[in-house]
Ligand binder design. Structure first.
Ligand SMILES: Cc1ncc(COP(=O)(O)O)c(C=O)c1O
Length: 371
């Protein structure tokens, strides 16, 4: 047996190296998903499924497209329903990223971006985030863009996995203008935008409708297993992506789209509850960090991730440090290095875990930071 050559482009995720082999009783602060129940409207929608369960149009269930369009202040023909935002990213990259070109990705950034670029035959080129709070740094990005004449796409993630950092309107405007001027595909991944701590962070559509926003019900609406996401943008960008997505998976499962529609119809209450959940959990984490490590921390712009500075002694081999935390302290955290070289000095702690898990997790971690 011989795998296709393109498989060699995909490096195994270091996240798996940490999470596979998690010992029994370990506290899971490595999670990238909400841990609360699927909201009631989705559960009801799944139970009252009508008779036939047929295909729906490749662009998605029309009522769901309408609901997503209303949520984003877009028109229906600017919405493509996909299998999670990951399905949208895959389809957009395959449709628009020419082999041999380059894709600008945040560093540290979500692990799928470099892999998706490579699968499209392109090379990921990292751009740094701001050194203070790991937010979008327009100067850093534009400098890399200017030095990359063969770029075909730029990806933003606001707020960011793993850092929780967002970006301000001016930074977004400058990046959007540069991409529009060069005719590049600008994708803004905003899956965490509604998980904030009082002020909704800016998104790409606040400054332009010339790029593509991707999002999903996975984080804010608490339904990662439904696998429903979307891309919002000019149909000229979306139609080729729809063709790819159609051939790859035909469409997202129809019952999942019914459930997603029910979630979108109750967005206000569901998102408010999710925010209340992460605020409460953030407080538990912040209190525990203060009590056990004397740290005073402020919440991220959004997400349920705390990007925690590692002790100096862990900088040389953060993966080994995270494995020690997993196997000795029995707490799973993800080393920031898994998200790129820019994350070497930090670890990602997910506070989607329960308040009890957060308190116990920090108690167990503390000696490794103090010592
Ligand atoms: C930044 C970011 N984008 C996209 C995704 C993919 O999520 P989904 O396909 O469930 O929408 C994730 C999942 O963790 C993520 O963290």
């Amino acid at each position: 047996m011989k795998t296709a050559t393109r498989l060699s482009l995909l490096k195994p995720s270091p996240i798996r190296a940490i999470t596979d082999g998690t010992p029994p009783g370990a506290i899971p602060l490595g999670l990238g998903e909400p841990t609360w129940d699927l909201p009631e409207p989705a559960r009801r929608a799944l139970l009252r499924a009508p008779g036939p369960c047929g295909y729906v149009p490749h662009a998605g269930l029309t009522d769901l497209r309408k609901a997503v369009a209303a949520f984003h202040g877009a028109t229906v023909d600017e919405v493509l329903i996909t299998t999670g935002s990951q399905g949208a990213l895959f389809a957009l990259f395959q449709a628009w990223v020419e082999p041999g070109t380059k894709v600008l990705v945040p560093d540290p950034g979500f692990v799928a971006y470099p892999a998706l670029a490579r699968m499209a035959g392109a090379e990921p080129v990292p751009y740094a985030l701001s050194p203070d709070r790991f937010r979008l740094d327009a100067d850093a990005l534009l400098q890399v863009l200017a030095a990359t004449p063969d770029a075909s796409a730029v990806i933003l993630n606001l707020p960011s996995n793993p850092t929780g950092g967002g970006g301000d309107l001016e930074a977004l405007r400058r990046v959007a203008e540069a991409c529009v001027a060069r005719g590049l595909l600008l994708i803004s991944d905003e899956v965490y935008r509604d998980l904030h701590f009082g002020v909704r962070p800016p998104g790409l559509r606040d400054v332009t409708d010339r790029g593509v926003v991707v999002s999903s019900v996975s984080k804010g609406w608490g339904a990662p297993g439904l696998r429903v996401g979307w891309a919002i943008g000019d149909p000229a960008w979306l139609t080729p992506a729809r063709v790819v997505h159609g051939y790859a998976v035909t469409g997202t499962a129809t019952p999942a789209q019914w459930a997603a529609l029910a979630l979108l119809e109750h967005s206000e209450a569901i998102l408010a509850e999710a925010r209340a959940a992460i605020c409460g959990r953030w407080e538990s984490l912040a209190e525990a960090l203060h009590e056990h490590l004397g740290q005073t921390v402020s919440p991220p712009d959004g997400t349920f991730y705390h990007f925690m500075p590692l002790p100096l002694s862990a900088h040389a081999d953060p993966l080994a440090f995270a494995l020690r935390l997993r196997d000795e302290a029995k707490v799973v955290v993800i080393p920031g290095l898994a998200f790129g070289e820019g994350g070497r000095r930090h670890a990602r702690l997910s506070f989607a875990a329960t308040p009890e898990q957060l308190r116990e997790g920090v108690t167990r971690l503390a000696p490794y930071w103090r010592g």
